[in-house]
Design a protein around this ligand. Structure first.
Ligand code: SAM
Length: 268
């Protein structure tokens, strides 16, 4: 695979140099980016995108029939550590886990923490269930609960201040400007994430999409009273931080020679 030069432009006209400029611009423009309408009704309470693809393999169909009911978040009521795992424990929440590689990897790293993953795409849920049943030949993950559907519906039922981590990794880009309100990174969801995180909790976001990157940085700029961007320089957003397992989508982006950007925000 050809290696990119330091300032070489990638598929969409972005480069490490231009991202560095963007970084500086965002830093310097604190408080000046106000050209938006508050509220984003289309992101909240709506589900966009496909929910299934090809027919499930027999073993995946069995997992959906038999294991999913056992590890699913209940359809109603508050969602707490005690309700899900029988005890209060640090809670992690992943929005749109895809095939569940990151969710399962984190759950394996932190066996005493509880993990809630939400994903409406049936084939992805089946892949995640395979990890829950037996992660990398090491046995089942007892600390994972899943919801097949809209993450925001479950997030809304979590008590305020209950979460230690929220993950939003490679969300659907909805690259057309007229679809921008469908993006998960919008004021409504970010306010909800802020409410559900405990002080000192962390919101992790990753993308390889230059349009989404710029959009996300502008949205987050409006939420700097709620979050501190954990970033001292380019290396912090150009290199995957430790304890951040690679997702399938990220691996695909890397194979296509895309840059990937990583963001960590601490709840104030
Ligand atoms: C581009 S994929 C990335 C998947 C995974 N995070 C990864 O990095 O491999 C975005 C995922 O978000 C899911 N998604 C879209 N809207 C969602 C919602 N409202 N709640 C939960 N997941 C959602 C999609 O089904 C899709 O699997």
């Amino acid at each position: 695979m050809p290696q990119k030069g330091k300032n070489q432009v990638n598929r969409s006209g972005s480069s490490k140099a231009s991202v560095a400029l963007l970084f500086e611009a965002i830093r310097l423009s604190a408080g000046t980016m106000t050209a938006y309408k508050s509220g984003d009704p289309t992101t909240l309470g709506r589900l966009y995108g496909r929910t299934k693809n090809k027919a499930l393999r027999a073993n995946h169909a069995k997992l959906v029939d038999e294991l999913l009911p056992r590890v699913s978040v209940s359809d109603e009521g508050p969602v707490s550590g005690k309700a899900l795992f029988g005890e209060d424990c640090p809670l992690h929440f992943e929005i749109g886990f895809g095939g569940g590689e990151h969710l399962a990897g984190r759950a394996d790293m932190l066996p005493n923490h509880g993990f809630i993953g939400c994903e409406p795409f049936l084939n992805g849920v089946a892949q995640a269930l395979a990890h829950v049943e037996n992660f990398q030949g090491k046995g089942p993950l007892a600390n994972v609960r899943l919801h097949m559907g809209d993450a925001l519906e479950v997030l809304g039922r979590i008590p305020d201040g209950a979460l230690s981590f929220v993950y939003l990794l490679h969300p659907d880009p909805w690259p057309k400007a007229r679809h921008a309100k469908r993006r998960m990174m919008n004021d409504g969801p970010v306010d909800m994430i802020a409410a559900k995180l405990k002080p000192g909790g962390e919101f992790r976001f990753g993308t390889d999409h230059p349009v989404y990157l710029r959009h996300a940085m502008m949205v987050m700029q409006r939420h700097m009273q709620q979050f501190e961007w954990l970033c001292e320089g380019q290396k912090d957003f150009l290199n995957r931080p430790g304890g951040w397992p690679e997702t399938r989508y990220e691996a695909k982006a890397r194979r296509q020679d895309h840059e990937v950007w990583y963001f960590r925000y601490r709840r104030a």
